[in-house]
Design a binder for this molecule. Sequence first.
Ligand SMILES: NC(=O)c1ccc[n+]([C@@H]2O[C@H](COP(=O)([O-])OP(=O)(O)OC[C@H]3O[C@@H](n4cnc5c(N)ncnc54)[C@H](OP(=O)(O)O)[C@@H]3O)[C@@H](O)[C@H]2O)c1
Length: 317
Amino acid sequence: MKAMTLSANGGPDVLVLQDVPKPEIKPDQILVKVQAVAVNPIDCKIRKTGAFGYGVGSILGFDVSGTVEQAGALVHNLHVGDAVFYCPDFSLPGANAQYHAVRADIVAKKPTHLGYVEAASVPLTALTAWASLMEQGDLRLGQTVLIIGASGGVGSMAVQLAHAAGAYVFAVCSAANVGLVRSLGADRVIDRQSEDFAAVIQKEAGTVDLVFDCFGDTYASRSIPIVKPMGRIITIVDPKGDLSLGYRHNIAIHYVSLAFDSIRRRVDDMKIIAKLLDREILKPVVHKVMPLENLADAHRALESGGGFGKIVLTVSH
Ligand SMILES: NC(=O)c1ccc[n+]([C@@H]2O[C@H](COP(=O)([O-])OP(=O)(O)OC[C@H]3O[C@@H](n4cnc5c(N)ncnc54)[C@H](OP(=O)(O)O)[C@@H]3O)[C@@H](O)[C@H]2O)c1
């Protein structure tokens, strides 16, 4: 089969098209004929650093849609021909290829109203947003939330979830993406290039119950003064700056990591994400679509910024 593999760890040019053997499945796995794969910042980080042991010959790609080609003897929830979508495990081969082997329990049936491109754009970011806001963040009806990086892959899912959960949503993004983020359900969009997010919140709300930081840098430490005592800050990117003031303000600060999350939670949460898509509470946000062979361009586009939502690659057979 054709696959995009790493010829080394380094810049986007290390991603090369190769003929590799089709994966063989274990009894609890399915073989998926891949139709579409989305790119995430973690692909770029792994490509550069070799994190999780991905080196020469490895295949990346952690957001997938396709059809079941073959099912192992122990698989009862899926059948040949089913259309599916999922976020594969890190440290195992990814899905930037024509076929991908995956344990069946983390796979959900693709919502019928979504195409393969749209479906592939959702799992990793929606799982992260759900775990951060609804599980670790314990967001409740009527609370106020601040979402940083609101136009990105994770942020665009988080804004929709927070809005659907009945929260008042402050959202930070660049001027170019203000309209998009408002359309996803944000009540007050803060243009990070012309407004100081902490000053806006201080003036308009005083404090928030929850901050979801999808960018990192010093956003978490700068948020501490605008979080209510007993409030929460959730970050998914290593924060910089002094977080110690959070302790004195009685604020809980959590790091959520999909990579180190339990499989049990992945199985349960994918069912919830599929249901939210079915009910159109959550909608995919796709920025660009290109063929898998252009994966290096997709990595370059993601790394250079200036986009929104997801870049998705289509796989031909
Ligand atoms: N821990 C985990 O489990 C986990 C899971 C998923 C992702 N992540 C990490 O979370 C981060 C976000 O992921 P993603 O998929 O949402 O990435 P993404 O799609 O690249 O989105 C990042 C967003 O950050 C915004 N941004 C750029 N410069 C900024 C700045 N100076 N200040 C504030 N915002 C800025 C951009 O929007 P604007 O230009 O419109 O502001 C962009 O849309 C990545 O670092 C990723 O690796 C972690």
